[in-house]
Write a protein that binds this ligand. Structure first.
Ligand SMILES: Cc1cc2nc3c(=O)[nH]c(=O)nc-3n(C[C@H](O)[C@H](O)[C@H](O)COP(=O)(O)OP(=O)(O)OC[C@H]3O[C@@H](n4cnc5c(N)ncnc54)[C@H](O)[C@@H]3O)c2cc1C
Length: 464
């Protein structure tokens, strides 16, 4: 069945459609509702926080104080909601159950679940047509869980659909490695939940390659090391595209978010204790099967690793832009993030894991009234924090309400990792840069005393 609605209503009467009932989409709805603008949140999953619930077992490195939005708290206050201990670190499951679900409940029928957005356009105007474009509302095509199609209309669209659904592949060039798809039964793209007996059995006593170098890879390595410490014979091979240097394990104790720093230190312990062998400068080119069905990773330079039973690929997440193809977006060609935001978060340039607070101006597109927010606004950049998203949607909601004074105000200072990344030395297998505010880079020789390399030249970028 197909439902059609007319776009001829006056735009202010139409809702602002928010795509995704994750932390940032729900915060956007709370901010809009707080300003008297009617939001309509469309969530593909069957419950609010559907993506976060998929990593329910992962403990966040942010405290509760950093994971709730002020406008959301205001909406929750009259419902009898109890604020969790601000100093405690929830799991993804707790974030969903104790905050996202109550918030969705408080928003009531402004949140529709089981509704996947399949396309956004200007009503009656494809991407090419200029005529009266800005005067047209948005047409939002959706598919419901029972297979119905609908076309809704919106005065503005805030896309907070995240990046969870599109994990990066194993291939070092960003494409699936040759044979990767055929080996799918032994490859996972998620941090394994070892508290689940079936998952535990999959990895216990096995040799597993972990590909990736971010917080998720650290978490997976630490989890596998936990199994190994029980003496069950579990082994990990940590496959890095770059070398190991001072910033490989994150900011450690210099990280302004201590729990985020601790993740890197746990991964380092996995390596130092001999539970994980690090293979550096390895850009996976193909995945082959040996005679026993185990997987053999081969690098683009011809190196072959010993066979592994399982591969966990944690090479980052990507925005799904496919349903936005009829909109005029201004996206950076590297990161697929809004043009004005990209230089702030580009890992190719100096970045201390910090980003200036930003709002509606940096998030604007040629398509007036459309915004990418939340995890998706960072495109492929890996350093997004929920706090950043809450500030984004505060500003966007203010702009949509016409309150530019508030929309332009900066209301947040974000924590730094204590690490300047940068890909200047991407091809140096010995280390991965370091940069201006990193601790003096160290070359960590696995199984040997660390050799200290000279500190990088330059400095002063962290505070600038
Ligand atoms: C494992 C992990 C740990 C993290 N830990 C932290 C941390 O400690 N601190 C921190 O600040 N940040 C952390 N982050 C980063 C970030 O804060 C979270 O990913 C957060 O969930 C992002 O919120 P979001 O609302 O932008 O996106 P999401 O939480 O991904 O929500 C997007 C929602 O949109 C829905 N959706 C997707 N496509 C569609 C569609 N086409 N139509 C309708 N709905 C759709 C999804 O089902 C989902 O519910 C972590 C991320 C991950 C993956």
């Amino acid at each position: 069945m197909t439902t059609q609605a007319t776009p001829e209503q006056a735009a202010p009467e139409l809702p602002v459609v928010v795509i995704g009932a994750g932390p940032v989409g729900l915060a956007a709805a709370a901010q809009l509702a707080g300003r008297g603008i009617e939001p309509l949140v469309l969530e593909a999953g069957d419950r609010a926080g559907a993506a976060v619930r998929e990593w329910a077992h992962v403990r966040l490195f942010s405290t509760w104080a950093e994971l709730t939005d002020p406008a959301a708290e205001k909406l929750l206050a009259p419902t009898g909601w109890t604020r969790p201990d601000p100093a405690a670190y929830p799991t993804g499951g707790e974030w969903a159950e104790r905050y996202l679900q109550p918030l969705a409940d408080a928003l009531g029928d402004r949140v529709r679940t089981g509704v996947r957005v399949t396309g956004v356009a200007r009503a009656g105007r494809d991407r090419v047509v200029d005529a009266d474009r800005a005067g047209r509302p948005f047409a939002v095509h959706v598919e419901t869980a029972d297979g119905r199609e609908e076309r809704l209309h919106a005065r503005a669209v805030v896309d907070a659909s995240g990046t969870w659904a599109v994990p990066g592949p194993a291939g070092g060039d960003g494409l699936p490695a040759l044979g990767e798809r055929a080996a799918a039964s032994r490859i996972s793209y998620r941090v394994p939940d070892l508290s689940d007996p079936a998952v535990r059995a999959r990895y216990s006593g096995k040799r597993t390659a972990v590909i990736g170098s971010g917080a998720s890879a650290f978490t997976a390595l630490a989890a596998l090391a936990g199994l190994a410490r029980s003496g069950d014979g579990t082994r990990a091979v940590w496959v890095l595209r770059r070398g190991i240097g001072g910033s490989t394990f994150g900011g450690g104790e210099a990280d302004q978010l201590p729990a985020r720093g601790a993740l890197g230190l746990a991964a380092k312990a996995a390596v130092d204790e001999g539970h994980a062998d690090a293979v550096t400068g390895f850009r996976t080119g193909s995945v082959e099967r040996d005679g026993d069905g185990r997987l053999v990773l081969t690098a683009e330079d011809g190196r072959r690793l010993d066979p592994v039973d399982e591969v966990v690929v944690l090479t980052g997440l990507r925005p799904d832009l496919s349903f936005l193809s009829e909109l005029r977006l201004g996206l950076d060609e590297r990161l697929q993030a809004p043009l004005a935001l990209a230089p702030e978060i580009d890992p190719n340039q100096h970045s201390c894991g910090s980003v200036r607070p930003h709002g509606h101006r940096e998030l604007a597109h040629p398509e007036d009234g459309f915004y990418l927010v939340g995890m998706k606004s960072y495109g492929r950049a890996p350093t997004f924090l929920a706090l950043t998203g809450y500030e984004q949607v505060r500003s966007v909601a203010a702009a949509l309400a016409g309150d530019l004074e508030s929309a332009d105000r900066v209301e947040l200072t974000l924590p730094e990792t204590g690490v300047c990344g940068g890909a200047g030395l991407f091809d140096d297998a010995a280390q991965d840069g370091g940069g201006c505010c990193a601790p003096a880079p160290q070359l960590l020789r696995i199984g040997a005393a660390p050799a200290v390399l000279p500190a990088a030249e330059g400095g002063g970028c962290c505070g600038s």
